[in-house]
Design a protein around this ligand. Structure first.
Ligand code: CA2
Length: 158
């Protein structure tokens, strides 16, 4: 059975390509969806691509993703939570509670930006973090989920 990869986008990411192109680049969210579709096709997976400006909606989607992953239907979630990354204990709890495999994604290198972007409430709850690769990071994160865990123990904490 073909597995699905869920790509979730949080607040204001619907503005991508239309505002602040100097920070986030010129690609629109529709273009990012096409890029993700191509990456999923390359890896034999199906794309489910969503955006919401509402924290509760993102939480509901994470819960549904956990159930789909438990049924073997979902490989995992690529999650750009936008500014909720830096504020939301509720999203941290949702990822933990849903027991869903999440890659936290940021278009920009948040660690090279304002200090308030350096802390993430999500990072302690997720499988991995991708930041600073522009929208191409979405394709890289999809590849990481599609390829699955490494065969050796190199990624394990000693
Ligand atoms: O670098 C990223 O992907 C961010 O998650 C983007 C968030 C920001 O709050 C995070 O610190 C880093 C902002 C998403 C809003 O995107 C916009 C796009 C165009 C114009 C305005 C906002």
């Amino acid at each position: 059975m073909k597995q699905t990869i869920l790509v979730l986008n949080g607040p204001n990411l619907n503005l991508l390509g239309r505002r602040e192109p100097g920070v986030y680049g010129a690609h629109t969210l529709d273009e990012v969806e096409r890029l993700c579709g191509d990456a999923c096709a390359l890896h034999g997976t199906t794309l489910d691509f969503r955006q919401s400006n509402h924290e509760g909606v993102l939480i509901d989607w994470l819960h549904q993703a956990g159930a789909a992953q438990a049924r073997g239907e979902l490989a995992g979630v690529v999650f750009n939570a936008g500014a909720y990354t830096h504020t939301s204990v509720a999203l941290h709890d949702a990822i933990k509670g849903a027991q869903v495999k999440v890659i936290e994604l940021h278009i920009t290198n948040v660690h090279a930006r304002e200090p308030f972007r350096h802390h993430s409430y999500l990072s302690p709850a997720v499988h991995g973090v991708m930041a600073g690769f522009g929208v191409q990071g979405y394709a890289l994160a999809i590849a990481a989920l599609a390829l699955g865990p490494p065969s050796d123990s190199a990624s394990k904490v000693k």
